[in-house]
Design a binder for this molecule. Structure first.
Ligand code: NI
Length: 232
């Protein structure tokens, strides 16, 4: 803490302090990693947002429309505090088993709910279970959204164990990683302070998915990272 305080004092004061939320991180120059939380906002989202704020870490939330509708204040806070927001369907059906009308309505209702709650339109789609096919990709393209999956997962839904979540998460950490977690798993929220501290100690900047994919030139309907056997 003392070292950090000295560093802050030694830095020249900018004429106008930029708001923390707008801080630009260039992931071509520094080590970046994106934590992503699916299925929420859950009832633990407020506690998670407090932890992220305390550690000056950004995350991306792939939200379900049904919970955006029941917990709009969390969504508003996510946007206000500089986190990324993505669409994770309205009620979490498997899109590869749904017809086009159902997929369109799931995406649209969620976009509308997020817009109503926080005044922004999500630009990224993560289909439920990360399951996608040509039809899903075509519909994502209609909405102007790339599909964002993950490079590694915490398997938190499976273990529900703080120590195992920490260990599994650290095992999939690498530069520009997009890590899958769930804010409805209480143990994930409990594990976050330690995970964030370890990552930051190892030089990682915790950024939004947007910061990671900025240099990927993804077009609507493209998927990142590419599932096996896929081409954009
Ligand atoms: Ni999900």
């Amino acid at each position: 803490m003392a070292i950090a305080a000295v560093a802050v004092i030694a830095a020249p004061a900018p004429a106008v302090a930029a708001p923390k939320e707008k801080k630009e991180v260039d992931c071509t120059q520094v080590k970046c990693l994106a934590l992503t939380f699916d299925d929420g906002p859950s009832k633990y989202a407020g506690k998670l947002l407090d932890i992220l704020k305390k550690h000056d870490a950004k995350a991306t939330f792939f939200l379900q429309g049904q919970y955006v509708k029941s917990r709009p204040s969390f969504v508003k806070r996510m946007v206000k505090e500089g986190h990324g927001i993505g669409n994770h369907s309205y009620s979490h059906p498997d899109f590869t088993k749904a017809d086009a009308g159902k997929i369109r309505s799931e995406i649209k209702k969620t976009n509308d709910a997020i817009k109503k709650a926080a005044g922004v339109e999500p630009k990224l789609l993560r289909p439920p279970y990360g399951l996608s096919d040509l039809q899903v990709s075509d519909i994502a393209a209609e909405f102007g959204m790339p599909i964002v999956l993950w490079t590694g997962g915490s398997r938190d839904w499976e273990s529900r164990d703080v120590e195992k979540i920490k260990k599994q998460t650290m095992s999939v950490v690498k530069g520009d990683a997009i890590i899958l977690m769930h804010d409805w798993v209480k143990q994930t929220v409990d594990a976050m302070p330690a995970i964030i501290k370890t990552l930051q100690r190892n030089g990682y900047h915790l950024v939004t998915v947007d910061d990671i994919i900025k240099h990927q030139d993804l077009k609507p309907g493209d998927a990142f990272p590419l599932p096996e056997g896929w081409e954009n």
